[in-house]
Design a protein around this ligand. Sequence first.
Ligand code: GDP
Length: 395
Amino acid sequence: MEELIIIAAVVVAVGGGTSAAVLLRQRGRTRPAAPEARPRPAEPGAGASGTGTGLAGPETGGAAAGTEVAGQDLAVEAVAPPAIEHPPPSAGRLVRLRSRLARSQSALGSALFGLLSRDRLDDQTWEEIEDTLITADMGVTPARELVSDLRTEVKVTGTDDPQETRSLLKKLLLAQVGPDMDRSLHTGRHDDRPALVLVVGVNGTGKTTSVGKLARVLVGDGQTVLLGAADTFRAAAADQLQTWGQRVGAETVRSDRDGADPASVAFEAVRTGIERGVDTVIVDTAGRLHTKAGLMDELGKIKRVISRYGDVDEVLLVLDATTGQNGLRQARVFAEVVDVTGIILTKLDGTAKGGIVIAVQRELGVPVKLVGLGEGPDDLAPFEPEAFIDAIIGG
Ligand code: GDP
């Protein structure tokens, strides 16, 4: 298939004017961008190639970008996917991937069971149980509360059976994780427009990878997705994202140069997503924790610009589970800057510190919605409290 890449340069007049010029240029064999060659993205399960998807760049609407993106020459590439994979649906993934939590299970589950199996649960043992929970990054206050509650339950029930005590512990841990929190992802079309999802987090946490994996989750669950590469500061981020998108037939809207205004790219992504009629637009952002003011400026502007099309439906914060206290500090800063609606906790497969789920939810008051359990494309799972506690405690 011939390669067609279209660059649409949207030139917005300075000073809030309405004149906008859209320049389309095709690389490869040149032919006019026919409007009929602009179908909705391939339906899931509709076979390979996604013919024509992304053939044409944005037609109009540059003027709507308004003053915040005014005066910038923005080039956006919409690239057609070469072949489409069909990821599996996301339901039950955590159960299937439970062995990835083995490090947490041996450090937390086995250690706790060892302690609960002692002949006598004396003060010293209860302290060790508390320390074990704290070492798993659960947080000091939740660990104390849990041990105090468990001591009471053991006393009330009069049990000296370690299995039974472990069941009580699991019940209390589950309560701390919050089985009733709303963990649904608001990613469906509504009000005749795509859901708008912003993904934020510090570089290196697995943000771009998680955006790619999330696209697969959604496509696997039957949705159509468009990606916005607004992490314009990391040279490889847009390429990385585009590769993820191409694999599942999701277009990527990106700038053709590094350092472009992230808000312009985000705006263009949403506009193109609306034009294409996709279910969800996911925007990857730059994660430079330079200064809080700088971050606020950057993310605030992206959010404001996107919001002209409607409220942002999800702001997902990506956190690396292996970073402990440092990760929690990052979470705090982001939560002050944007209204985080959910957490994607990555690299849980590489840590023994599964307790971070409890600590971070408590810190931010928002649920962990997805967990990263490996580097494979389908190693992102919807978070299920029961399956998680089962996996890390065992029994
Ligand atoms: P970004 O800078 O935050 O966008 O980070 P990237 O998405 O480029 O990811 C950084 C590294 O983390 C890559 O090597 C990813 O493969 C890896 N990574 C991301 N998520 C996970 C995960 O859940 N588990 C593991 N083991 N590695 C992950």
